[in-house]
Design a protein around this ligand. Structure first.
Ligand code: APR
Length: 235
């Protein structure tokens, strides 16, 4: 295979599961005891801001308590050593890719450790709580919300992602159920531009049939194996 190929990697909740952060689609259909429409929509935030802020205050605390696992470490290694183009597009709001050392990361669904001021549009790194309505450090308004893309809102930086998918030689999806668009459509987009596609997941996902290859198992094992394989082949 030719050197310096372009890689796009999509990650979902499954890559952080072994760091102790729960995935979304548990068997009971609830997300941390809430229906998703009660906590992850703009309507929910208008209806009951306190409930939504408390929910994300807990998510933020969990993120801070979690540590990267060998899957995050392996992608950080790939980012360091890969001489071609590489983009990790994550649906996750945790910062475990960055804490493992990855740099080429795009958070399409926002970031748990960021607060967004709906009055002045500023974004601020945030590790504390938001339920007590702290003032925006830029404008002073008590108008901070989690910097999260909720259902019904537009994912961030889709132009960059689709441009990378159009150039990709390899597309890899890790730990995502393929239930939420637009991310669920990335595999078909990459395929239409000629990329080879690989899925690494604990179980077959809703999108498995679109991939050239699916490997089943825990991300902490599959991802380091795949990265090693790829870097060996490049030598
Ligand atoms: N290793 C690999 N895969 C795993 C592991 C693991 N240790 N544990 C779980 N998985 C797999 C599950 O089998 C499942 O297919 O990860 C996937 C997680 O799927 P979801 O919970 O649906 O998470 P995700 O695909 O990231 O959700 C997408 O939905 O609620 C929204 O915005 C939220 O970004 C999220 C989006």
């Amino acid at each position: 295979m030719a050197a310096h190929r372009n890689i796009v990697i999509l990650t979902g909740a499954g890559i952080s599961a072994e760091s102790g952060l729960r995935t979304f689609r548990a068997a009971d259909g609830l997300w941390e005891d809430h229906r998703v429409e009660d906590v992850a929509t703009p309507q929910a935030f208008r209806r009951d801001p306190d409930l939504v802020q408390r929910f994300y205050d807990v998510r933020r605390a969990n993120i801070l308590a979690a540590q990267p696992n060998p899957a995050h470490d392996a992608l950080a290694r790939l980012d360091r050593e890969w001489r071609g183009e590489l983009l990790i597009v994550t649906q996750n709001i945790d910062d475990l890719h960055e804490r493992a050392g990855a740099r080429r990361v795009l958070h399409m669904h926002g970031e748990g450790l960021s607060a967004w001021c709906t009055a002045c549009d500023a974004r601020h790194p945030w590790t504390g709580i938001l339920r007590d309505e702290p003032p925006c450090p830029a404008c002073g308004a008590a108008a901070l919300r989690p910097d999260i893309v909720w259902f019904g809102e537009m994912p961030y930086r889709m132009d960059e992602t689709f441009a990378a998918l159009a150039r990709a030689d390899v597309f890899v999806s890790i730990g995502t159920s393929g239930a939420v668009y637009p991310a669920a459509g990335f595999v078909q987009e990459a395929t239409s531009h000629g990329a080879a596609t690989l899925e690494l997941n604990l179980e077959r996902s809703q999108g498995s049939r679109w991939f050239d290859e699916t490997r089943l198992g825990p991300a902490s094992e599959l991802v380091p194996e795949w990265v090693e394989e790829l870097l060996q082949r490049e030598d």
